[in-house]
Ligand binder design. Structure first.
Ligand SMILES: *Cc1c(COP(=O)(O)O)cnc(C)c1O
Length: 428
């Protein structure tokens, strides 16, 4: 099984090479050369995400050094429940937020960490995973790599611009996880990370890698929960469901589309977005016009130029085909608020602002069987959600533990938004 660059049809890599590199040379993204085709009968003995993952991912890792440990990687990535909860007779919600940092990014981050740990020779110099975060990615990556020998995580976040609970998920770890509060905004953090990767001397001094959603090692395991949930839905209802995926950088959506192409019983994929218009406009008009980011209530989807867009285009080959196969629904902050407000009565559910975009899209989609993809726990965004539903939300246990730890350690050191400050911090 080979992976090819979206920007160079002659550049190939194995899954392991793609995972270690992150991005293909020249800025392309790795995609499967051909999506393997599986059949329902392949999964007839599989119960649960670990078993489904082993079956689904086997052809994606055929001939790869990681093929022999795929079962172990799945056990590490899928060690928390992924409930598929019915909302009514034709609608369900897939809760992806029961991992250590209460968002779906735990799955991809844990699989990636487990894969990199096995690919790294014991005598290799320590690997530094450098991430800029505006919310959920940094926490998931920190949790996944915490305590792993030979690996260090450095997280950059904008000082004063993330919620206290999100901050606790970055600063509460200690050990091999360091967090820095950058005196600037998220774009400054991202610029610093890019600058560090472009700095040859720095890269020669230390093994630097990234863990953002363009890494194949995050996307492949995300196919697994779509496979598992669609198989469960088919077994219970006798029909294939559609998925509504809250989307920002389109990583989660591409994983769902790959699972569909691989033959899983997925009737259709719909994307819900916030007020950042580029994705919905592309499906409406065929023009791809990235914009500066608009701040919304669904902060983890505040993306002006989706980094996985190239993968979507590569998968469909033409706009006409993408337009035929995928719907995108744009949801305003006012609609997010309204959906959260009526969630308890209408669905007996408290939505987080990201999942609320998918729940809101339901009303604008055909009356077919749908699975709403719940990407984060509402208690992570209590400042938005609690006033709207008029109740205090219980904090998930893993998050409570981290908040206690974060309260007991000194606050994260601050960092000037310059490459020399980052270089000093990295090499200190
Ligand atoms: C990252 C994130 C998203 C967006 O996922 P993409 O893969 O970037 O499209 C949606 N919801 C939550 C809670 C997230 O953390």
């Amino acid at each position: 099984m080979r992976y090819v660059s979206t920007r160079d049809a002659t550049h190939f890599a194995t899954a392991s090479e793609a995972i270690e590199r992150g991005m293909a040379p020249g800025g392309g993204l790795y995609v499967p050369e051909r999506i393997p085709r599986l059949y329902l009968s392949d999964f007839s003995n599989d119960e649960g995400a670990v078993a489904v993952g082993r079956t689904l991912l086997a052809p994606f890792f055929r001939g790869d050094p990681l093929a022999g440990v795929l079962g172990d990687l799945c056990e590490e990535a899928f060690d928390f429940p992924l409930p598929l909860r019915p909302l009514n007779e034709r609608t369900a919600v897939l809760e992806l937020f029961h991992g250590p940092t209460a968002a779906f990014k735990d799955v991809g981050a844990r699989f990636l960490a487990a894969a990199l740990a096995r690919l790294r020779p014991a005598d290799a110099p320590p690997l530094t995973i450098l991430v800029a975060t505006s919310g959920d990615t940094g926490g998931a990556v920190a949790a996944a790599f915490h305590g792993r020998p030979g690996m260090r995580v450095v997280v950059l976040y904008p000082e004063g611009k993330i919620s206290p609970r999100q901050e606790a998920q970055l600063t509460g770890w200690g050990g091999n996880v360091q967090a820095f509060a950058v005196r600037g905004d998220f774009d400054d953090c991202q610029r610093l990370v890019k600058g560090a990767f472009a700095d040859r001397a720095l890269r020669e001094e230390m093994a630097l890698t990234s863990a953002n959603s363009i890494n194949l090692g995050r996307l492949l395991p995300q196919m697994v929960y779509y496979a598992d949930a669609s198989l469960r839905f088919l077994r219970e209802h006798g029909v294939a469901p559609g998925f509504i995926v809250p989307s920002g950088n389109l990583g989660n959506a591409v994983a769902c589309l790959w699972a569909q192409r691989a033959g899983l019983p997925i009737r259709e994929v719909a994307l819900s977005t916030n007020a950042n218009p580029a994705i919905a406009e592309y499906f409406e008009t065929g023009a791809w016009e990235p914009r500066p980011t608009v701040a919304t209530l669904a902060t983890a989807m505040d993306v002006g130029a989706a980094s996985n867009f190239e993968r979507l285009v590569h998968l469909f080959g033409s706009w006409a085909e993408a337009h035929r196969r995928v719907r995108a629904v744009r949801v305003s902050d006012e609609e997010i608020r309204e959906e959260i407000r009526r969630g308890p009565e209408r669905w007996n559910t408290v939505w987080d602002p990201h999942t609320a975009t998918a729940a809101s899209a339901l009303a604008r989609l055909p009356r077919e069987p749908w699975i709403v993809v719940a990407t984060a726990h509402p208690a992570k965004f209590e400042d938005v959600v609690e006033p709207l539903v008029g109740e205090t939300l219980p904090v998930p246990p893993s998050l409570a533990v981290l908040m206690e730890r974060a309260a007991a350690v000194p606050p994260a050191p601050t960092l000037d938004p310059t490459l020399s400050a980052l270089r000093d911090a990295l090499t200190a």
